[in-house]
Design a protein around this ligand. Structure first.
Ligand code: UDP
Length: 373
């Protein structure tokens, strides 16, 4: 690229940055902003009120938070609360759009996708979850049709759920590796990390912990209190310990001391930030063979991939975790998931989306026809 670009990053409307409600998106926004600023880009982040993001100042937008997409059914329509923070964020983006070269959307929502052609090729989207509703699938496909290069997914498995095999950019996540310390000698304990919500399938990890007798440390935001209470009631004998929602510093310290990270998601995980965080600490990952983790974990080398929803296989994998070399885990993180690697990937996406922007869109062609007429 010839000159550094001015970028506006529009965060998720499901919660303020720093709250944990945004799940992996919060870390993704931070990491992308960090590496791009380091490379000379001018970065502005806009996010719901009370957001906090380390050394970045955030333009805070008031309004009602958006309902979580993962609570919706496939045929549900789009729902916006009154005075929605989502619409307020995009009103702000519209007002300041002229000051930016590119606007990057991190919200998994219909509205910004629909707005893609209205921003004249400036608006691109990093889609954070797999397909959940028909209305979102169509919005993603339309954005690609009208503005080629405007969509990135974290993994090919995620893209496939939208019925796509091409026409998108694959942008896998990364982390600031210096914040994660390699731990050679773990304690006899397992880790489960994530939002505590049904699609994450925590109960299977709890059962596996009870069956093996190996204590399970649980870290993450309780997003669904009823679901959590039910897990506790149904597994009163399981050796589990809930540590709360931890900062990255504390998270990596606890995670590093574990034999393995267990990922028991029921949905198609778009990526799975927690997998690369574990690898960075030298912690092997045992995961259901479903979604993003299948593209991260090297089966038998940096963890074990097991048949989805099969607790027996989960238990077997836990029992052979000593076959995995913890150093190989850290090395994979260093090779593939450093912020520099992310910087290269995202610059490639920005470049491709800029090149695609030069091509006439339906709207350009339409206006030319109108002018000629
Ligand atoms: N996380 C955290 N503290 C915790 C537990 C989780 O900061 O105690 C973060 C973790 O670092 C990761 C995110 O929560 O970035 C979970 O992201 P992931 O991609 O695994 O799943 P998502 O929530 O996006 O479905």
């Amino acid at each position: 690229m010839n000159k550094p670009l001015k970028l506006l990053l529009v965060s998720t409307p499901v919660g303020p940055l720093g709250s944990g409600l945004g799940g992996g998106v919060e870390l993704t926004v931070l990491n992308i902003a960090t590496i791009l600023r380091k490379r000379g880009y001018e970065i502005t982040i806009v996010a719901p009120e009370t957001s906090q993001l380390e050394s970045f100042s955030v333009v805070e937008i008031p309004g009602e938070l958006q309902i979580l997409a993962q609570t919706k059914n496939r045929h549900d329509p789009v729902i916006l609360p009154d005075n929605s923070v989502l619409t307020n964020l995009w009103n702000y983006a519209r007002e300041v759009a002229d000051q930016y070269d590119i606007i990057v959307n991190f919200a998994y929502d219909w509205l910004p996708l629909f707005l893609t052609p209205f921003f004249k090729g400036k608006l691109i989207h990093l889609v954070s979850m797999a397909s959940l509703t028909d209305v979102m699938d169509r919005a993603v496909q339309e954005a690609i049709k009208h503005c080629p290069g405007s969509i990135a997914f974290h993994t090919h498995s995620q893209a496939e759920t939208f019925g796509l095999k091409a026409g998108y950019f694959c942008l896998s996540n990364a982390i600031e590796l210096s914040e994660y310390h390699f731990c050679k000698e773990p304690k006899n304990q397992l880790a489960w990390v994530g939002r505590i919500s049904p699609e994450k399938g925590l109960e299977d990890a709890v059962i596996a912990s009870a069956r093996t007798g190996i204590p399970l440390l649980i870290m993450g935001k309780i997003q669904d209190e009823n679901y959590w209470q039910k897990i506790i009631q149904n597994n009163s004998q399981a050796p589990i310990e809930y540590l709360g929602f931890l900062s990255t510093e504390k998270l990596q310290a606890k995670l590093g001391q574990c034999l393995a990270l267990v990922m028991t998601h029921r949905w198609i995980e778009a990526f799975g930030n927690v997998a690369i965080e574990a690898l960075a600490c030298g912690v092997p990952v045992i995961s259901y063979r479903r979604g993003g983790p299948t593209e991260i974990i090297r089966d038998g080398v940096t963890g074990w991939l097991v048949e989805p929803d099969n607790i027996n296989q989960l238990v077997n994998a836990i029992q052979k975790i000593d076959k995995i070399d913890r150093l190989a885990c850290r090395q994979q993180a260093e090779m593939e998931y450093s912020l520099d690697a992310l910087g290269d990937r995202i610059e490639q996406w920005l470049l491709e989306s800029t090149v695609n922007r030069q091509q006439p869109t339906f709207y350009d062609q339409f206006s030319r026809i109108k002018t000629r007429g």
